[in-house]
Write a protein that binds this ligand. Sequence first.
Ligand code: RIB
Ligand code: CA
Length: 310
Amino acid sequence: MAVPMILDCDPGHDDAKAILLAAADPAIDLLAITTVAGNSTLEKVTLNARRICAVAGLRDIPIASGADRPLQREPRIADDVHGESGMDGPAFGEPDVPLAGEGVVALMRRLVDESPEPVTLVPTGPLTNIARLLIEHPEVRTGIREIVWMGGSTGRGNTTPYAEFNALVDPEAADQVVRSGVPFTMCGLNVTHQAAVTEDVVNRLRGIDSVLAEVCVELMTFFAGRYKSLFGFDAPPLHDPVAVARVVDPTLVRCVDANLVVETTGEWTSGATCVDLHGITGRPANAKVAVELDVERFWDRFIEAVRALG
Ligand code: RIB
Ligand code: CA
């Protein structure tokens, strides 16, 4: 039976691919796409979600626009990585995919209440929307199967030495969500960096005769250029689809139980996700932490999704 899921994202080159995998894979029933300020402003990431859905022909999945800033901190974007539009590379037309009339928290709560099965939330941006949902409607927790987040890292960060971007934008939201008691899985940089977009992956996409595959290649080409110049990567990591892959087939992403806490006060370390992989703190395990990706089967599943939507 397909897993009912809501994808909360900040498209974003890799978020766009997460949308494609979540929408196309038969293991998932994608109930909604919600957006949050992160890689770019809320306006731009929401337009980008509509753009990729229009290219993919996804017109029956509600898209709702959420938080335009973190719970407490000043907004910050990643236009160095994703470009001025938040999804630079392809030339997109005006999307013919509308926005849902509901706010994100109301939509999430309604969908959870209406679902006959507990709903999986997959945030691939800052956790602002998820935190607001849990703060405003704590009773919704019983209807949430788990939260599978692309964010954080068991190692170094990518935006500060110790903080990954999604965690750094809104550490307070991440802290609230981790402490909420809802089953939580973290797919951090340590595992998403295993999802390297190699030339072989790009060539497999080039082998799909569709506008969508062509757009994916253009997105990946831009993303690769930025990762090369900013980080010296020969093949950029496609972060966000890894979190979706964990829901598609949990055997694709191996996790360990560990204690996870989020730093919110450190002058130099705010946003750090402190994962006790070896149980040295004595604090109880409160999260599943992804440590290994089945790279070959991951890409097979992703390429199949693009092919199915083409
Ligand atoms: O650090 C990588 C994460 O930050 C990804 O989700 C990317 O889309 C950005 O949101
Ligand atoms: Ca993202």
